[in-house]
Design a binder for this molecule. Sequence first.
Ligand code: ADP
Ligand code: MG
Length: 684
Amino acid sequence: MAASPKPAQRKAALTPDGTLPVAYAKLGLFTPTDLVLHLPLRYEDETRLTPIGDALPGRSLQVQGEVTQCDVSYKPRRTLVAKIADASGELNLRFLNFYGSQAKQFAVGKTIRALGEARGGFWGMEMVHPRYRVVSANTPLPDSLTPVYPSAAGIAQNLLRKQIAVALAQSDLRDTLPDSLLQRYHLPDFARSVRTLHHPPPDIPVNQLEYRTHPAWRRIKFDELLAQQLSLRLARNARRSQDAPALPGPVDLVAQLQAALPFSLTAAQRRCWDEIHADLGERHPMQRLLQGDVGSGKTVVAALAAAQAIGHGYQAAFMAPTEILAEQHFHKLRQWFAPLGIEVVWLAGSLSKKDKLAACAKLASGAAWLAAGTHALFQEQVEFARLGLAIIDEQHRFGVAQRLALRQKGGQPHQLMMSATPIPRTLSMSYYADLDVSVIDELPPGRTPIVTKLLADSRREQVIALLRDRCRDGTQAYWVCPLIEESEKVQLQTALDTHAALTAALPALSIGLVHGRMKSRDKAATMDAFKRGEVQLLVATTVIEVGVDVPNASLMVIEHAERMGLSQLHQLRGRVGRGSAHSACILLYQTPLSDTARARLKVIFESGDGFHIAREDLRLRGPGEFLGARQSGAPMLRFADLEADIDLLEQAREAADWLLANQPDSAHRHVARWLGGRQEFIKA
Ligand code: ADP
Ligand code: MG
């Protein structure tokens, strides 16, 4: 509403080829269709005028009046005060640090329309820095609310408004969905919905706009969810049209491995294995997520899958996000497979060049059947003779790009991902809808629940005394040092200090230390000593967070628990309670606690159920952060809220199936409108 509308209007036209100014990329806007879907954050009501005499302080309102006086003063600050009046009263418009040409706009006799918050000033009612424009007495009022769009530095709201209006007028707003579908879900048509949301009529229920419950909003959210569902299904169909080696039927190696295990599978493990087994028998690449709480026994299920591939003459690769974890898998796999005559190789960044070359040579020649390692496994120079199965542990720790790199290795291997971070239902219905999911929903027998205690750091001495007693009785314990995100160095120093302090306080105990900066050989040696029981107390940074499995350890102390995320606390706590001994986890926290830290600690204290914790985590953090690496680069939902719009999500799922089966063209048009070029990442 600022001055001189002419030049702005000229700029407002979209460039001839329909592309947008580069600055708009910051807002994720690339095409006119993107502009149409760039919906307002809120609105201002410029459709009516309040008589100046009725202006109440503290309310945002629009007035119009004739300038009766304009004063400019320079002391104490550069100030312009223009008095405007209508038949009902008068009001001062006050501007600090005004710009030169402004004074001219307020020449006595001009008519000014101003929007702002009125307040009682020393000289009577005033507005400070209102939005205003010079009008003539009969300039019409707009007939719809004025949208306020999400914007960014360097993008003027006014220009954005005009360009969006142009895009609305020029774009093809025809519906992508058939009437029958809209009727079924009681949804209004697309064109009317976007027009309403950009330019709502003045009498629209404002609450419905604000809370996004208006039918127009529901239509937009439905569309967004539908686009997500469709693109995931299309990605999945594309995968199903690719070839992978079929690895069906019973395989001797699997039976041998099962027979050699010191335990029998739980019913849940058996069910998950059956599901994976069925996938492996198909001619297209499996993409399955094996989910199970910490300690539920995912590794052995993955090992059976590896045996299935190897039994068919294909190689399998087992990738883990940290070297400690990868190495542990390596030992476990070797322990299981070596007696069956299957060579396992180890590949990690820390290997000497010579050892790396030797390992690579074995994988390239096919001499080694099974590889365990970090993402070093899937770097360019590593080639597999016949990779049939890629297993990715703790998949949420890997970025999308890494997963894709892995998929590209050696044709299309089957892929098994594992995660101990349970995916809440809303997410598995949406962001993870392209994956098949198996859930191990039962822990192996003989586990005792972990007792969790919350203690203020001032009671540290007591905790040390407890450690002294428990370790003397043969318990093994972890002491996890604070996570200091900003600085790995500080964390390392804290670990060193803590190790020194505990060694001094507990001279009778053998106390080990592992941290991320250690040489892998030293790390592995310490872990081994801990596993063998030679080290009783292990001081560690959060490198032990994922997957580490030492069943005899039954006590865990976590320092500065208030700084850690929920899933991290759950993972750390899951390092104990793996054997039959009574286990405990002591969370030390530093006061004062922030509200969110208090909320997190309450959740972890009250619940040991990974699913419940994940749901709370999602609630406290929102899906963007919860999904972390996995979604980087993939389109996030902008409008729909998975919790609040669960009904729409279910409808969108149903509609996606129907549309793909009955009107695939509409489905493609719909995806194109909503995702444009942005779906590449999911498709890959
Ligand atoms: P996670 O699912 O957290 O990766 P692991 O695969 O590390 O769990 O298994 C945790 C521990 O439970 C391991 O020591 C493993 O050998 C053991 N385990 C796995 N399955 C069973 C079972 N069916 N019965 C008894 N112990 C099992
Ligand atoms: Mg694991």
